[in-house]
Design a protein around this ligand. Structure first.
Ligand code: CAA
Length: 260
């Protein structure tokens, strides 16, 4: 598919999605959100792709939020529809059965921070800026921020960031557990690729089941979550890769996983 507001590149078995609306610091309008969803579906269906990196085109912004010019005159119904669209797209990112790494290269505000939150792992450039400035615009976070931010950094910190609309730098984001690592801007993408390749060297189905167990488990009580874990753990023993991984260990050789 041809995209206008994003760039989808493939490098070996790695897909790299760059949000690309330089005139608006990669802000998300309807069209951009739909293109992100289409790209996620393309990555899902492409058996040659093992992981997805999401970043922003250019060196200033990851995504500076939902498009404020577009939202300015929305009615309540249109606002809700726009929120539902963003939620749907970011839930598709979260549920993609392949690891998703956000390489946050600059401003990640509002919907930009929420896109990073929907990713599995967040890596930041030293120049990255995070925040949920929505209340300074008269709205709430609407693409999952009120739900995913407290799940990731805890309720108190999430409330402080959302109520104050305060932006934080990469170091503070690291300190509060919002990002996994911070890198110099020039090495961010390479480090993201390195991490993706490390993950892809492991058994793909085991990584997929681990993601499902964590994502589903985080949304339920501990007993139900442990039952989900037990089912997925058991399912691993029906895969070729479990036989291969354990046989390779026992015979002191490197495993060759085939995603089966
Ligand atoms: N929507 C639309 N346009 C945006 C935008 C956004 N979110 N962010 C930046 N832009 C545009 C600016 O209007 C400007 O356009 P013009 O050149 O035509 O004037 C261009 O991008 C460059 O931006 P600035 O001149 O403002 O650049 P700066 O370096 O001075 O400031 C910034 C950078 C601090 C990120 C500032 O642009 C800014 O505050 N942007 C808005 C951030 C924001 O509030 N995001 C949350 C949106 S609400 C949301 O996301 C709701 C939700 O939960 C779904």
């Amino acid at each position: 598919m041809a995209y206008k507001n994003i760039i989808l590149e493939k490098e070996d078995s790695l897909a790299i999605l760059k949000v690309n609306r330089p005139q608006a610091l990669n802000a998300l309008n309807n069209e951009t959100l739909r293109e992100i969803k289409a790209a996620v579906m393309e990555v899902k269906d492409d058996e040659t792709v093992g992981a997805l990196i999401i970043t922003g085109a250019g060196d200033k912004a990851f995504v500076a939020g939902a498009d404020i010019s577009f939202m300015e005159n929305l009615s309540a119904v249109e606002g809700r529809d726009f929120g539902l669209l963003g939620q749907d797209v970011f839930t598709a990112v979260e549920n993609l059965e392949k690891p998703v790494i956000a390489a946050v290269n600059g401003f990640a505000l509002g919907g930009g921070c929420e896109l990073a939150l929907a990713s599995d792992i967040r890596l930041a450039s030293q120049k990255a800026v995070f925040g949920q400035p929505e209340v300074s615009l008269g709205i709430t976070p609407g693409f999952g921020g009120t739900q995913r931010l407290p799940r990731i950094i805890g309720e108190g910190r999430a409330k402080e960031l959302i109520f104050s609309a305060r932006s934080i730098d990469a170091q503070e984001a690291y300190r509060i557990g919002l990002v996994n690592q911070v890198y110099p801007p020039e090495s961010l993408l390479e480090e993201a690729k390195k991490m993706a390749r490390t993950i892809m060297a492991n058994a793909p189905l085991a990584v997929r089941f681990s993601k499902a167990a964590i994502n589903k488990g985080m949304q339920t009580d501990i007993d139900s979550a442990l039952a989900i874990e037990a089912d997925l753990f058991g399912l691993c023993f029906s895969t070729q890769d479990q036989k291969e991984g354990m046989n390779a260990f026992v015979n002191k050789r490197k495993p060759a996983f085939i995603c089966q």
